[in-house]
Design a protein around this ligand. Structure first.
Ligand code: COA
Length: 176
């Protein structure tokens, strides 16, 4: 597997991956919350202007994508979509690890934040396996980081993961 930043040249394939993987939402979301397509090329480009798209390639084929967006001391992970035939083989986890490694160079970035539907057990399983934990105050996190309608807020959970820092940086002061 190779991982690299995606460019406009990858847009067409990336949007196909997203819309194929997003079919999964039909299994647990009510019909009124399904977008068809989940994302079009214009929306993908608009997202590219505010965040970085990453892609995982297997045998030269784009197998999955994810976006990382800086938000103060947090970095939001957004739009994780892995083609169904490549799921459950660690592709999403490898993308997260790649972003974590890149963020080692950015001391301002303190933690990764991901919002997802409470019912999305695939995403929750992947996040927990990757070392994320549920945020203690999901409502504040959702209101701070996402432009989210009330109904969706109530149906969502937030996961966080502190970013490890080399040699003690970022550790809390010793207690008494
Ligand atoms: C969620 C998603 C990105 C995970 O990608 P992935 O590459 O399969 O995840 P990983 O292989 O890194 O992690 C595997 C873990 O995820 C969970 N998981 C993934 N697919 C699962 C499935 N079909 N059933 C149950 N758990 C699943 C499990 O905890 C699994 O660990 P296990 O195999 O030891 O049980 C992928 O399922 C996907 O694209 N889903 C559709 C879009 C989506 O829901 N995106 C999330 C937006 S936040």
């Amino acid at each position: 597997m190779t991982i690299r930043e995606l460019t406009s040249g990858d847009r067409n394939r990336a949007v196909e991956v997203i819309n194929t993987a997003a079919e999964w939402y039909r299994e647990f979301l009510p019909p009124e919350e399904i977008h068809s397509p989940e994302m079009d090329e214009a929306a993908w480009e608009a997202e590219r202007r505010r965040m970085t798209w990453w892609g995982a390639f297997i045998d030269g084929e784009l197998a999955g994508v994810i976006g990382s967006e800086p938000a103060g001391q947090a970095v939001l992970l957004r739009h994780a979509y892995i083609l169904p035939r490549h799921q459950r083989r660690g592709v999403a986890s490898a993308l997260v690890e790649h972003i974590e490694e890149r963020l080692q160079q950015q001391p301002d970035a303190r933690r990764l934040v991901v919002g997802t539907y409470a019912a999305n057990y695939k995403a929750r399983g992947h996040l927990e396996k990757s070392g994320f934990r549920l945020a203690e105050d999901p409502e504040t996190a959702l209101r701070t980081y996402y432009d989210i309608p009330e109904g969706r807020l109530r149906a969502s959970v937030v996961y966080e993961k502190p970013l490890s820092r080399p040699s003690g940086e970022g550790k809390p002061p010793a207690g008494r």
